[in-house]
Design a protein around this ligand. Structure first.
Ligand code: 6PG
Length: 260
């Protein structure tokens, strides 16, 4: 599947355009299905999007009560730790909009890594009424990308990247001094209906070029986790939202549009 690649002039335009895009997916999905399930990413780029969604018009107009929110990954740190993705999203968005607390599918970071992964997996299975072997279908899945090609907490060369059956696993961080992580697996990401990667800044330009190069047999394919994110369900979409700096190494014929 060819991704749709959209470019905004600046990080501020990117946050606005991403908020508009997410708002249209949320509204359209709630109109059609009565509910919208959203898988959120950590990272600094999505934070600006969350802050945009927490303001008018989105705070007032979106059908937040029909939204269900889960996290793609988390660090095993106390809930009030500045490195916590859950803390970041609560502060940037969720504390400001009327999502029912029972629609926040949170990760218990006080548990040991494997228990935390299994508890979160059970929470997703229970909420989405999944039978063994079934994957949840997130209507909207937001992802960032690291300069090594990682996305969520699926890092190059780590076992978590090859997990084919579990929904959620624990994984060490690449730096052993960093806290362990909990991450949804590639099959969960690839089952989503709309997957949106967000990247901004010159520091992301090289990895964006490597992940989006249109040579699917390239040696790097299996080594760059973000290259393995490819929606598998019929009608699903893969969208990259970039600012001009992150997009600077892409060819113009790769770009779908420039966003206002
Ligand atoms: C995290 C995410 C990670 C992130 C990328 C990009 O919590 O850090 O798991 O996948 O999205 O590292 O992060 P930035 O947007 O901060 O560069």
């Amino acid at each position: 599947m060819e991704p749709t690649i959209l470019v905004a002039q600046s990080p501020e335009h990117l946050a606005d355009a991403a908020a508009r895009f997410c708002a249209s997916v949320i509204s359209e999905t709630v109109n059609r299905r009565g509910r919208c399930s959203i898988l959120l990413s950590g990272g600094s780029t999505p934070q600006a999007l969350y802050e945009a969604l927490s303001r008018v018009p989105y705070a007032d107009n979106l059908p937040w009560a029909q939204c269900v929110v889960a996290w793609g990954d988390e660090r095993l740190v106390p809930p009030d730790d500045v490195r916590s993705n859950q803390r970041m999203v609560l502060r940037a968005l969720l504390n400001a909009v009327p999502i029912p607390p029972e629609h926040l599918l949170m990760i218990d970071t006080t548990l040991p890594p494997d228990e935390a992964a299994r508890a979160y997996e059970a929470r997703l299975q229970d909420f989405f009424h999944l039978k063994p072997g079934e994957m949840p279908v997130f209507d909207l899945c937001l992802l960032g990308i690291g300069s090594d090609g990682h996305t969520a907490s699926l890092f190059p060369g780590m076992d978590a990247l090859h997990e084919a059956h579990r929904l959620v696993v624990s994984t060490p961080a690449p730096d052993p001094a960093e806290p362990a992580r909990i991450t949804v697996t590639l099959p969960v990401l690839n089952h989503a209906s709309t997957i949106v990667f967000l990247a901004q800044g010159e520091g992301k330009a090289d990895i964006v070029r490597r992940v989006l190069r249109d040579d699917s047999t390239g040696q790097e394919t299996g080594q760059l986790p973000a290259r393995l994110v490819r929606p598998t369900r019929p009608g699903a979409r893969l969208v990259w939202l970039l600012d001009e700096e992150a997009a600077q190494t892409l060819r113009s014929d790769q770009l779908s549009a420039t966003m206002a």
